[in-house]
Design a binder for this molecule. Structure first.
Ligand SMILES: [Ca+2]
Ligand SMILES: [Ca+2]
Length: 176
């Protein structure tokens, strides 16, 4: 509504009537609703960040890829699967050139990269650093974000930060 319409509304509905109207609607717009609106990933877990239908957790601790994945699963999530450049941009804006594990590995079969969420690797977005993945020392099977957010493979026992991802909770007003 523009300013003129707003003025009209204020004339039609004196403040007292608006305030009583708000009061009546309280059950619909209670604190819990506002929390879901302001914190779609959960008001009680504000370390989770929302982006495009998913919630992301950026770890403060460094762990091996396997331990990192366990930590994500304990949070009802999994290591992040990067499905688009938009998602990549979001992740790199937070990773800030630090190493963060993502849910991409070729542990099962050398050179056959697999996303933990089942996304088909061969037909999907990739963002490897130039010259990577290089399986250095024949022992690099887990992928992480690095300089400028580009991906590198490193040994899975290396300890670095990690990013978990989970779909937005169903109860949120943003989900359909
Ligand atoms: Ca490898
Ligand atoms: Ca490498």
């Amino acid at each position: 509504m523009d300013e003129e319409e707003l003025q009209d509304d204020l004339r039609l509905f004196p403040v007292s009537s608006i305030s009583s109207k708000l009061h009546q609607e309280k059950p619909e717009w209670n604190f819990s609703s506002w929390d879901s609106f302001l914190f779609p990933c959960g008001a009680d877990s504000r370390e989770w960040e929302y982006f495009s239908g998913n919630c992301y957790y950026f770890s403060l601790a460094r762990l091996s890829w396997e331990r990192a994945r366990e930590q994500c699963r304990e949070r009802r999530a999994d290591l992040a699967a990067v499905g688009s450049f938009a998602e990549q941009q979001f992740l790199m804006s937070r990773a800030r050139n630090e190493r963060f594990w993502i849910g991409l590995t070729d542990r099962n079969s050398e050179g056959d990269w697999e996303w933990v969420d089942g996304t088909d690797y061969k037909s999907s977005f990739t963002f490897w650093q130039e010259g990577e993945p290089n399986d250095s020392g024949n022992n690099e099977d887990c992928a992480h974000l690095w300089i400028s957010g580009k991906w590198n493979d490193v040994r899975c026992t290396f300890e670095c930060f990690f990013v978990c991802e989970r779909p937005l909770p169903q109860k949120s007003p943003f989900s359909h």
